[in-house]
Design a binder for this molecule. Sequence first.
Ligand SMILES: Nc1ncnc2c1ncn2[C@@H]1O[C@H](COP(=O)(O)OP(=O)(O)O)[C@@H](O)[C@H]1O
Ligand SMILES: O=C(OP(=O)(O)O)[C@H](O)COP(=O)(O)O
Length: 394
Amino acid sequence: MNEKKSVKDIDVKGKRVFVRVDFNVPMEDGKVTDDTRIRAALPTIQYLVDEGAKVILSSHLGRPKGEVKEELRLTAAGERLAELLGKPVKKLDESVGENVKAVVAAMEDGDIVLLENVRFHAGEEKNDPALAKQFAELADVYVNDAFGAAHRAHATTAGIAEFLPAVSGFLMQKELDVLGKALADPERPFTAIIGGAKVKDKIDVINHLLEKVDNLIIGGGLSYTFTKAQGHEVGTSLLEEDKIDLAKSFIKKAEDKGVNFYMPVDAVVADEFSKDANTKVVDIDKIPADYMGLDIGPKTAEIYADVIKNSKLIIWNGPMGVFEMDAFANGTKAVANAMAETEGYTVIGGGDSAAAVEKFGVAEKMSHVSTGGGASLEFMEGKELPGVVALNDK
Ligand SMILES: Nc1ncnc2c1ncn2[C@@H]1O[C@H](COP(=O)(O)OP(=O)(O)O)[C@@H](O)[C@H]1O
Ligand SMILES: O=C(OP(=O)(O)O)[C@H](O)COP(=O)(O)O
């Protein structure tokens, strides 16, 4: 599907391989609370170990902005990785420098070293060539398996590829293949579900998807801008006034293209943004002036579930409501359950939708849960990802 070389296309035996992974995992009290991204990187790491490479892993964690932040060290991620592999992982407290060079020089084939959080250096996010070169000097080959960070042009996700043979890992390949195939050659009916909070972050993806899908479903906080565009009042719901005209143009574009554009027909509204708020279910044209919509209503959920069950391919990005609060979780839950029940191919575009399918216990039933939130969105917008562009062509 994609045209980039992978680890399978090169010889790694005895080579020092610099692998960029995305171990940007949720942490609490110094413990990894969700190891999905670590598990997703195992096939590449295991393959390199089995092939007799010297595996040098690197990742970012959080946004330390060029400073050492004790709570953002990768130590816990390294420990979890060692448990999952059943093999020692030597975690270093730096990512470049004399000590790192010495440790790497002493590595044996099949050894694994995990460098410290690369964002402790300001040059990482600036894609500083001098820093990229320092990383490159540690290795003979560069492998990018960090799909979740592929939309970033940073020293370890892009810059380093200037100095070394650069190929993708298995996770990167799989993400690009699944998302690429979904968009390029979709099974039909093809349905996209876009929810979440911010219209402005998802405008481009909605626009791009209108060129591709048979059904476009809108939910979550961003749907009220569309409801307003339909001519209804939305009370105190999230609203991006300056995007109302654009929302109108999308409704029109959908009509012109014969895309079924599904918007909420009812909503769960609340008198405040709180789990203890007073709530009621109202038709979408009857949102009271002092209430805000925090979930799609039951009629909407039923319509959306039907569309999902009758689709062959469904991609989902963004929750239908404030699913973190039980009172406003039903719409997201209904969509998650329909995704679990449909016979269609189901793709979850990372971020909060991935958290939602986990929360509702149906993650295993999805065909593909992307490890990238922002990355999968940018991919769906049709943008080229710098972390992919930097890799060598086949
Ligand atoms: N109607 C709503 N009003 C306010 N916030 C909402 C509403 N529906 C969903 N949200 C919030 O949107 C957030 C997720 O939005 P976003 O970051 O755009 O999604 P994703 O991470 O899946 O890309 C969630 O925290 C959720 O509580
Ligand atoms: O968690 C990530 O992004 P995501 O939450 O959009 O999937 C990636 O690791 C990228 O992190 P960044 O947004 O700090 O560059």
